[in-house]
Design a protein around this ligand. Structure first.
Ligand code: G6P
Length: 612
């Protein structure tokens, strides 16, 4: 939800900022801009993508050593040149970039308008920079004090960076509710929404906490204070991230690269945690809370989007294996209800980015009500990871494609290990089943590798269907969340309407949609209600629907009925989502590419949704 980047040092800021914006474009890409301090303050900005900004800036002076830049996902005001960031103050001597939402901007704006200020944009951000300058002028304050005084009035979420023509030797950054990380280089500093624009230059970073400000000098030490002016000692993290992990590595799109990374990423999720030989699962991040998990009466899973689908798989796993009752909640609904939460409940928050505003708010609410909170996040050090009592990182590596793929399978891998861990401790499944499932889980990466060999078959199927208007996805049991996730992938990146349904529910409505035009993707793996799914396929065929079936290798029954078949290796029913979701990711990818869609940056979406 908007990406921000800043640089101060001895190098030219512009190329660093532009490269940083490209890396942050997954957060939003409807407009982009840069502000550079080189004697005076120059702002170049445009609607469109970072590439459009680059074209615009070819005619301008971009020699400065200090600057800030922004790629936007519109909240207040449509994508336009005027609404693009950075925004300047009335005197045009201050500039700001902002990620987040200032909820009381209306009231603040009214007050400023009453005092004679006018505004160029519809954004909440412009209000903040006007306010900062107003305070600075009225109270004769330096930039740091004026930013601090302004932030005291702000309700909402922000990660901001401010620069001033009058103090060209510093960046002022602050955050509350939106992420911000500072990179410490040799005589230079970087600021960004995540470490991806920074990792190329330094691995030493400081994550700002909520309501903290950083005074980042051109020369000298970084200074971190709270917005109430208490000095803090910054904790310097060493990044483990490799530059290669945020580049395409020869693939045409990040999404395809990430789909093909899954044998590795699933292995990484299990690394050091699962040993089928010794029968041990060890989840170090939850060790202090494992008894809570083993003994709880209820698990509530909160998440959004694809992570919510992983949560649904978790529901099946925890109930089936660990015999714990589970509720899976959309974080955005959960946080605004008055849910019954007990101190004995365990809340599992699932989030790739660890920054999704609704999931974070749900975590904070459940924590305040006394529940134990366990996180399953991909981004190390993210806000949700820090707001939980304990957790397991998925270790899938950076996921850049907006449509989540490897993060989903990594989340399901962690949930499988958690469910098996509890089942092993509680004895809710037999020892032999426990050991068999550990062995199966360890074998999943190889089965995913094998599934990826169907890529060409899936491309051919995609060529037949890339122009249709609707798709239906059906699955039962563990394959129901797979159907939901398959439909979401297609919608997100190809803009084809798709619905996921429990196969048996088809007859209560969606069956009315089926005709000779309608492709129906059925996940019909052996075991798990196989015969019932076969009946559902017959129901589709009887209405002339076109069936694309995902089947277990060696299937003979569905082969005779389906129009197109994609085979996956046999695995245990409880682990089948880890394999069955792969062909659906590839199907949506190829269909989107054939339709000429930008798969890594689908319209209107952003990878990290830090607004409600
Ligand atoms: C956005 C992304 C989805 C993601 C969802 C939840 O909508 O486009 O891919 O599943 O947010 O994100 P999270 O980071 O919390 O998993």
């Amino acid at each position: 939800m908007c990406g921000i980047v800043g640089y101060i040092g001895t190098k030219k800021a512009y190329p660093i900022l532009i490269k940083g914006l490209y890396r942050l474009e997954y957060r939003g890409y409807d407009s982009a801009g840069v502000a550079l301090l080189d004697g005076g303050l120059n702002i170049y900005k445009t609607h469109g993508k970072v590439a459009d900004l680059e074209k615009l800036a070819t005619n301008y002076n971009v020699q400065a050593n200090i600057g800030i830049a922004h790629t936007r996902w519109a909240t207040h005001g449509e994508p336009s040149d005027l609404n693009a960031h950075p925004h300047h103050s009335p005197s045009k001597k201050l500039a700001i970039i902002h990620n987040g939402i200032i909820e009381n901007y209306g009231a603040l704006k009214k007050e400023l308008v009453n005092r004679g200020y006018t505004f160029n944009s519809d954004t909440d951000t412009e209000v903040l920079i006007h306010l900062i300058e107003d305070i600075q002028q009225n109270e004769g304050l330096a930039l740091e004090e004026a930013v601090r005084a302004a932030l005291i009035h702000v309700i909402g979420a922000y990660a901001i960076v401010v620069i001033s023509e009058a103090q060209p030797d510093m960046l002022i950054a602050a955050k509350k509710g939106s992420p911000l990380v500072i990179g410490i280089g040799d005589n230079e500093y970087f600021v960004a929404s995540d470490p991806s624009p920074i990792v190329e230059y330094t691995k030493e970073v400081v994550y700002l906490e909520d309501e903290e400000m950083a005074i980042i000098p051109k020369d000298g030490e970084l200074c971190v204070k709270t917005i109430r002016n208490q000095e803090k000692t910054p904790y310097v993290y060493h990044l483990e991230m490799q530059l290669s992990s945020i580049e395409k590595g020869g693939f045409p799109h990040f999404m395809l690269k990430e789909i093909f990374e899954q044998p590795r990423s699933i292995k990484d999720s299990m690394r050091g945690r699962l040993n089928a030989g010794t029968g041990i699962i060890s989840l170090g991040g939850i060790i202090d809370y494992e008894n809570k998990l083993i003994n709880c009466q209820r698990i509530i899973i909160v998440a959004c989007g694809t992570s919510w689908h992983a949560g649904l798989v978790g529901e099946y796993l925890f109930e089936d294996l660990a015999r714990i009752s589970v509720e899976v909640e959309y974080a955005s609904e959960f946080r605004y209800r008055n849910p019954v939460i007990n101190e004995d409940d365990v809340v599992i928050a699932i989030s790739q980015s660890g920054e999704t505003a609704d999931t974070l708010a749900a975590v904070e609410m459940a924590r305040a009500k006394g529940a134990t909170i366990i996180g399953i996040c991909n981004v190390v050090g993210s806000s949700i990871a820090r707001a939980t009592h304990a957790g397991s990182y998925t270790h899938a590596g950076p996921e850049i494609g907006v449509a989540s793929t490897k993060a989903f399978t990594a989340q399901v891998t962690i949930l499988s290990m958690m469910a098996l861990f509890i089942a092993g401790k509680k004895g809710s499944i037999s020892q032999s089943r426990y050991h068999q499932l550990l062995g199966e889980l360890e074998a999943i990466p190889a089965k995913v590798e094998k599934t990826l060999e169907s890529n060409d078959t899936i491309l051919e199927i995609s060529k037949i269907f890339h122009n249709v208007r609707n798709f239906l996805y059906l699955g039962r049991g563990y394959n129901f969340p797979v159907a939901l996730e398959g439909a979401l992938k297609l919608k997100e990146i190809s803009y084809i309407h798709a619905e996921g349904y429990p196969a048996a529910e088809m007859k209560h409505g969606p069956i009315a949609l089926i005709d000779e035009e309608m492709p129906v993707v059925v996940i019909a793996t052996r075991k798990g209600n196989y015969d019932k799914v076969v009946s559902n396929i017959q129901e589709v065929k009887a209405r002339k629907g076109i069936v694309i079936a995902v089947v277990t290798e060696g299937d003979e029954v569905v082969y005779t009925m389906a129009d197109h078949v994609i085979e996956i290796p046999e695995t245990d029913e409880v682990l089948v989502p880890l394999v069955a979701s792969i062909p659906l990711q590839l199907l949506s990818y190829h269909i989107a590419v054939l339709r000429g869609c930008n798969v890594d940056q689908p319209r209107n979406l952003a990878k990290s949704v830090t607004v409600e």
